[in-house]
Design a protein around this ligand. Structure first.
Ligand SMILES: Nc1nc2c(c(=O)[nH]1)N[C@H]1C(S)=C(S)[C@@H](COP(=O)(O)O)O[C@H]1N2
Ligand SMILES: [Mo]
Length: 320
């Protein structure tokens, strides 16, 4: 694997933020600001949409990463309005509409289990564990669509090194927020809550495995998993749990929400693989959001050169 030293140019210097932001969204903000300045009428519709658009804040000192793809990022608007976040409903539109009021600060993450240094971190401490990097990754959902997302985050291995896993620790489980008052989707048992998933320790240590805290230069919009979510770009998107509250080191392979929901359809590994079909549909091709023609799906989502060695000698049909 090629490891170049990332230079110190900020990701936001490459493509100006004004190009990232959708014009209508910008206008919406201006209208709200104007209404505020005028200090006159309360415009409930505008204020409500401002709440839904949320207070993301810019992230400073972000470095570019040699792990980024040069493919064109999916527009901000698609990344933030076409989501899977069942805690806020099962439609693609629901998370953007309903996640706006999720309280993401203060927020703590408990690092626990088989580690030398178990500890509860404040989200702001996690942000300082390593320099923030922009990682432009492909994301392939098991449903057959894909995006290119300019994440901001830090390698999960920075946190793992600080925790110092004990010899018996072989897997890591990620447990996300359970709070039905804030997450209306959790009032129905469409999935076993809280949403959990896991990785083998060597997968978790891999330099591509990212703890994402932002996208497009700013903190994560709630619908994308604020304030902290996992991104494992060679696996199907559901292996990236959103709004993580616990990271637990364990000896045995953990189960996951999707394995529990449908064990014949979702395995522990869930590596992107065009040769292992979902029982109900083919995984050979995918629709990149914004494109018309489907494109071929790549083994390990195109990250094979970096990750194939993790699975050497394993039958990928058995360990799907
Ligand atoms: N907590 C939680 N995390 C989740 C999900 C979810 O429903 N709840 N959906 C997963 C799925 S299926 C996908 S494809 C990605 C979507 O991430 P995005 O909406 O930020 O693109 O989040 C994953 N993480
Ligand atoms: Mo997904």
């Amino acid at each position: 694997m090629l490891i170049k030293r990332p230079d110190d140019i900020q990701g936001s210097e490459i493509t100006p933020e004004s190009l990232y932001l959708d014009r209508r969204r910008f206008l919406k903000h201006s209208a709200v600001a104007a209404a505020g300045v005028a200090g006159g009428l309360l415009l409930p519709g505008l204020l409500a949409s401002a709440a839904a658009a949320q207070a993301t804040t810019p992230l400073a000192g972000v470095r570019r990463s040699p792990y980024s793809t040069s493919e064109k990022p999916t527009p901000f608007k698609d990344i933030t309005t076409y989501n899977n976040f069942y805690e806020f409903g099962t439609s693609k539109e629901a998370p953007a509409k309903l996640a706006g009021n999720l309280r993401t600060r203060p927020w703590t993450v408990s690092v626990e289990g088989l580690v030398k240094h178990p500890r509860v971190y404040d989200i702001d401490e996690i942000l300082k564990l390593a320099p923030l990097e922009e990682r432009i990754y492909r994301m392939r959902c098991v449903e057959g669509w894909s995006m290119v997302i300019p994440w901001i985050g830090l390698p999960l291995n920075a946190l793992i090194k600080q925790a110092e896993p004990l010899g018996q620790a072989k897997y890591v489980a990620f447990i996300t927020l359970y709070d039905p008052r804030q997450m209306p989707g959790q009032r129905r048992d469409v999935l076993p809550w809280p949403y959990v998933d896991g990785l083998r320790l060597d997968e978790a240590m891999h330099p591509l495995t990212l703890l994402a805290v932002g996208l497009y230069g700013r903190t994560l919009p709630n619908q994308n998993g604020a304030p902290l979510r996992l991104v494992v770009p060679w696996k199907y998107g559901f292996k990236g749990p959103k709004s993580i509250v616990r990271i637990r080191f364990v000896a045995q392979q953990p189960s996951s929400t999707w394995m529990r929901a449908s064990p014949g359809e979702y395995g522990f590994y869930s590596n992107v693989n065009p040769d292992v079909d979902h029982p109900r549909w083919s995984q050979k091709r995918e629709r990149r959001i914004g494109e018309f023609r489907k494109r071929p799906t790549l083994l390990f989502n195109g990250y094979g050169e970096q990750v194939a060695h993790l699975y050497r000698g394993m039958d990928l049909k058995k360990y799907f």
